[in-house]
Design a protein around this ligand. Structure first.
Ligand code: ATP
Ligand code: MG
Length: 358
């Protein structure tokens, strides 16, 4: 194969999720909704990042494995369509790990230490200096994922922006050192860059126990909403309340299609005279409108897991093809000799990409 066989990059979109738990309404608001809206416009790859999940779940491989199917069910339930989307299981594309190793040479430990998202997560997980090396470098593995698929667009929540910036830096460095064959991706952050948790913490997260899952039943959603954090100083309905930092209103902003109605509720709450329970009951109805059809579609796919695995198998195969093409060019650019080609060419081997002038 020569470089002429490598197709010119088409607009591709890549996103991913770690199969550490089923997906939640923060994923829906921050990323899934945008993926659904863009899936026809871009060649879309959705990576189930089981290898990355192991970086902080290496003691629970079965949990990771079990959540692969859960996450697939969530994808299909929100309307990601296998006709447009390739769902790829990361561990089954080992070249992603290979590319990670090459990229690790292009970053420094001190630069990785500055990544604000990883910094926060290291504190949240209580790692301190005992942070597993694999976890510490996961932004580099994300850079490998994004570039291996040649993605131009990456829709993410705002916690991922430093990872995209890191990816762009690595691509530039790679281009400068070897050959300009990798695509510099753009992040796209939606209208809801970060949905707060039920407990009022800045981010709803699978691992913080503050999430409403797309798979939660109606009763569970009601129970979680009714127990949500609100303004702690808003004791009686008659008291004026604070909207800012109040996750109940953040969820209404994210999911209630009636923006004027939400504004009226905020004004009333701020003036005083609107009880938390009244607002929460409204939020339950709003969420139910979003979640009921998702729940129904999820149950349909869950009844036929063999078909779901088949969709993942087909998507992974497509992913393997695309990544193989990128890696062919990468190895050539890095002068990593293919033994298949050894014996040909003037120096005893034929580089697949002319990286270095003699
Ligand atoms: P974990 O706690 O295991 O890291 P997570 O909830 O952070 O789980 P990820 O699988 O790490 O989920 O993230 C997948 C994608 O969803 C990322 O693009 C991330 O930015 C986005 N995302 C996750 N949580 C939220 C949220 N609360 N609001 C908006 N986007 C989110
Ligand atoms: Mg995360």
């Amino acid at each position: 194969m020569t470089t002429a066989d490598v197709p010119a990059p088409r607009p591709r979109l890549l996103t991913g999720d770690r199969p550490t738990a089923p997906l939640h309404i923060g994923h829906y608001a921050g990323s899934l909704r945008i993926r659904v809206a863009l899936q026809r416009e871009y060649e879309t790859f959705v990576l189930i990042a089981d290898v990355q999940a192991l970086t902080d779940h290496f003691e629970q491989p079965k949990k990771v494995r079990d959540n692969v199917l859960e996450v697939m069910l969530d994808y299909l339930a929100v309307g990601l369509d296998p006709a447009h989307v390739s769902f790829v299981l990361q561990s089954q594309v080992p070249e992603l790990a290979e590319l990670t190793v090459y990229f690790l040479n292009l970053v420094t430990v001190s630069h990785l230490r500055q990544n604000p998202t990883v910094k926060t997560e290291i504190v949240q997980k209580g790692y301190g200096e005992a942070v597993p090396a694999g976890f510490f470098v996961y932004p580099v593995s994300q850079a490998a994922d994004i570039t291996a698929f040649g993605a131009t667009l990456v829709p993410v929540g705002d916690d991922q922006l430093p990872m995209i910036e890191q990816t762009r830096e690595i691509v530039r460095r790679f281009g400068h050192l070897y050959a300009p064959i990798l695509v510099e991706p753009q992040a796209v952050v939606g209208r809801v860059p970060r949905l707060p948790g039920l407990d009022g913490r800045a981010k709803m997260s699978k691992s913080l126990g503050n999430a409403i899952f797309l798979s939660d039943g109606a009763d569970e959603v009601r129970r979680k909403v009714m127990g949500m954090y609100t303004d702690p100083l808003h004791v009686r309905a008659a008291d004026p309340g604070t909207v800012k930092g109040n996750p109940v209103f953040a969820y209404l902003d994210a999911f209630d299609p009636d923006g004027a109605g939400v504004q009226a509720l905020k004004d009333h709450y701020t003036r005083g005279g609107l009880g938390d329970m009244t607002v929460k009951r409204h939020l339950v109805d709003v969420l139910e409108d979003v979640l009921a059809p998702i729940r129904e579609r999820r149950a349909e796919s869950a009844a036929d897991p063999a078909s779901v695995w088949a969709i993942l198998r087909a998507g992974t195969q497509r992913g393997q093809e695309v990544v193989a093409q990128t890696m062919h060019a990468v190895r050539g650019a890095m002068n990593l000799t293919s033994l298949e080609a050894a014996g040909n060419g003037p120096r005893g081997w034929a580089p697949s990409y002319p990286a270095e002038p003699d």
